[in-house]
Design a protein around this ligand. Structure first.
Ligand code: ZN
Length: 209
């Protein structure tokens, strides 16, 4: 476990290229949200993720993997496992939600937290976490107490990397696209719970608006 702690934020020292896993949200039986034109969230996330993978790979600086490259269903914990298998330095889950509030537009970057930043973020996390239920899988509670101090340390280091990345991503995005108010939010997204892979969830915008 100490090796994993060393790995975080220090990938350049090992000579291994920085590895990014992009996770196109939903897929297969789980279409996600539906846009006003009838397009499914799962198609938008796959198109976006594929394009992002191409752009990032072209820089020659990163190894970039997708959790899925076709219209298949993946459980949330499978998405997390894929990120860990690749020993990713960063995991980005891509979504495009709907919202009750019609006036809201723009992107949001989420990090994981047991306590949500606001009611709307809590509702978003609840909707995204429903994915497993749609496909008929039981939801197990993975929040077992972490007794191991080292594991807790890794978790905390991972979380602070996630927070730093979320802030810099928002800085970059704000130059090019519209963001919602307070664009860095947090809630209990199950797909962001890898203990050792810094993770963010990017909501591209609201399909309903
Ligand atoms: Zn989604």
């Amino acid at each position: 476990a100490a090796g994993k702690a060393d790995r975080l934020g220090k990938t350049e020292d090992t000579g291994k290229p920085f590895t990014i896993v992009i996770d196109p949200g939903h897929g297969g039986i789980d279409g996600g949200a539906e846009g006003v034109s009838g397009i499914a969230e799962k198609e938008i996330t796959l198109t976006f993720a594929t394009e992002l993978q191409k752009k990032l790979s072209e820089t020659g600086k990163y190894r970039v993997f997708l959790t899925r490259d076709s219209d298949v269903f993946l459980r949330l914990d499978e998405r997390v496992r894929i990120a860990r298998q690749h020993e990713a330095g960063l995991f980005v889950s891509v979504h495009a939600d709907t919202i009750r509030l019609r006036g809201i537009r723009g992107a949001t970057v989420y990090t994981v937290s047991d306590r949500a930043s606001d009611a709307e973020s809590a509702a978003t996390a609840m909707r995204e976490n429903l994915s497993d239920q749609l496909a008929g899988f039981e939801i197990e509670d993975e929040d077992h107490a972490v007794a191991d101090i080292l594991a807790d340390l890794i978790r905390r280091e991972t979380h602070s990397f996630s927070m730093r990345f979320a802030r810099s991503l928002i800085g970059e995005l704000s130059n090019t696209i519209e963001l919602i108010n307070n664009p860095h939010r947090f809630a209990g997204f199950r797909v962001l719970k890898a203990p050792d892979v810094p993770s963010v969830l990017l909501e591209l915008g609201y399909l309903s608006n």
